[in-house]
Design a protein around this ligand. Structure first.
Ligand SMILES: [Mg+2]
Length: 163
């Protein structure tokens, strides 16, 4: 089957440190206060990011997917503020405090289990992710584009993902 031979590649998009950098320098960022689950978050979001990502997806035939602990909440609180349509999301459970793991390791394991052999690019700021993914068996072709959490997603990262 064609669909199985050539699965649509995925672009996983993290939120914090990628779309919401900790020290945004550019004047393109706008400040937002949001209240997912009643918890206050201060966000800095770049309304240009939506078009950067949707152009990347349409030009490469890839699908954008949230790869973030925001999960489906990103569709409510993040996407509409930067011009992204509702996206599928990796259902990453919040790590249990008693379990021996790190957030990066847990996230990499959950993504690997969900994604299987589908090829993907992952826009992510946690620098431990590539190492943890390397330990996962049975993954398809993939690339982690590591983003500086202070700066956030730039055109450079999107070009690396496109290539
Ligand atoms: Mg992050």
């Amino acid at each position: 089957m064609l669909a199985m031979d050539f699965p649509t590649p995925l672009v996983l998009v993290d939120v914090d440190g990628v779309l919401n950098p900790s020290r945004p320098s550019s004047t393109e960022y706008r400040r937002h206060w949001v209240f997912p689950g009643g918890l206050v978050h201060r966000l800095s979001l770049n309304p240009g990011h939506g078009a950067m990502l949707t152009d990347l997806a349409s030009e490469t035939g890839a699908e954008l997917v949230w790869g973030s602990y925001w999960r489906n909440r990103a569709n409510t609180w993040i996407g509409p503020r930067i011009g992204l349509p509702p996206l599928r999301f990796v259902p990453i459970p919040t790590p249990r405090p008693s379990r021996w793991t790190t957030p990066g390791r847990w996230k990499a394991e959950q993504v690997a289990a969900w994604i299987g052999q589908v090829p993907f690019v992952w826009l992510e700021d946690d620098p431990s992710i590539p190492g943890h993914l390397a330990g996962q068996r049975g993954l398809g072709q993939h690339l982690v584009v590591t983003v500086d959490p202070d700066v956030g997603l730039t055109h450079d990262h999107v070009e690396r993902a496109r290539t």
